[in-house]
Design a protein around this ligand. Structure first.
Ligand SMILES: Cc1ncc(C[n+]2csc(CCOP(=O)(O)OP(=O)(O)O)c2C)c(N)n1
Ligand SMILES: [Mg+2]
Length: 327
């Protein structure tokens, strides 16, 4: 089973788990997103690689199998809301939104350029983006506002807020956490991207968060701790969150910053750094890009994103050279 761009997972039914084929297909989508977001950041020459790669499986699971939404109608009143509170990690969100058809894939190559709607932090105006972000700590309060407004309007959409773990140092997160449980807001789900790194240091050095699950529990939340790179585990947690009544749910997603690329994994140096074109070729190869054959779809993706055949050939040749030097 292959999920092509603009397609959602059409066969799933929330009450059943994902089938093996669906899991394989979603994992393939996540690899495609990882490759395309790194191309996007490499082209810009700046941007947040690490936190985008750590959240990719979370976003893929949400946008392809959980959220009720319509990419052709981003303001559909009944849509579920997704808020990227850690808004610096927008390359993954932009790539997912383009992949789902909210805007053309070719827009990705304008990331961080003047006059582009795809700036280095999210802003309202980009189709599919719900909150202008960048100043950490605001997204949960924003999401609670949306969820409370939905209650007043007797609407039953769900609101999802993705937080960084370093972001949980912000006092506003805990004010919001208190408010959500006070109002018994069971339509809000927070996800903490627990990658253990904030900026250029490990969270345990900057500000110890543990015992994080106990803290959320003490604030009245249902806590689910999952492997944030396991699509079936994430899917199950999102379904459980949806079924929870009378209290909000937080999913602590244990992730690896830079997931999927050896020299970025768990490396604080790639929090806010773009790969060079040489590093990109290595990264793409590690993410399954092959010069020819069925795993060469990355080339078609790059063409769709507006890159020249010469640029694509030079990356492809670099991948061939890597294979040669390994043999
Ligand atoms: C209020 C505020 N303070 C500081 C920053 C600068 N800043 C940008 S990203 C970042 C680290 C965020 O770490 P984390 O929340 O763990 O995100 P992730 O690891 O997922 O990238 C900081 C401190 C900011 N954007 N907003
Ligand atoms: Mg972090």
């Amino acid at each position: 089973m292959t999920i092509v761009r603009r397609q959602a997972l059409l066969t799933n039914n929330l009450s059943n788990g994902l089938s093996k084929d669906e899991v394989v297909a979603l994992k393939r989508v996540a690899q495609r997103i990882r490759r395309n977001l790194l191309v996007t950041v490499a082209e810009a020459g700046s941007g947040h690689s690490g936190g985008s790669l750590s959240e990719t499986d979370i976003l893929t699971t949400l946008y392809y199998s959980i959220l009720t939404h319509d990419p052709q109608n981003p303001s559909l009143p009944s849509r579920d809301r997704f808020i990227l509170s850690k808004a610096h990690a927008c390359p993954a969100l932009y790539t997912v939104l383009a992949d789902r058809g909210y805007f053309p894939m070719s827009d990705l190559s304008s990331f961080r350029k003047i006059d582009s709607h795809l700036q280095g932090h999210t802003r309202i105006g980009t189709p599919g983006v719900e909150m202008s972000g960048g100043s950490l700590g605001m997204g949960l309060s924003f999401g609670i506002g949306i969820a409370l407004a939905a209650r007043v309007d007797s609407k039953n959409h769900n609101t999802y807020v993705l937080l960084g773990d370093g972001e949980c140092d912000e006092g506003q997160i805990w004010e919001a956490a208190m408010a959500a449980s006070h109002y018994k807001l069971d339509t809000i789900t927070a996800i903490v991207d627990r990658n253990g790194i904030q900026n250029d240091r490990f969270t345990s050095e900057v500000m110890e968060l543990e015992p994080l699950a106990q803290k959320w529990r003490a604030f009245g939340w249902r806590v689910l701790t999952v492997n944030g790179h396991s699509v079936p585990a994430l899917y199950k947690a999102f379904v459980q969150a949806k079924q929870t009544k009378g209290q909000p749910t937080v999913i602590i997603a244990k992730t690896i910053k830079g997931k999927g690329v050896s020299f970025m994994e768990n490396n604080p140096g790639f929090h806010g750094k773009a790969p060079s074109w040489g590093e990109l070729a290595i990264a793409l190869a590690e993410l399954g890009a092959k010069p020819e054959g069925k795993d060469s779809a990355w080339k078609a993706d790059m063409l769709t994103m507006g890159y020249s055949p010469e640029r694509i050939s030079s990356i492809s040749n670099a991948i061939v050279q890597m294979k040669v030097s390994q043999t």
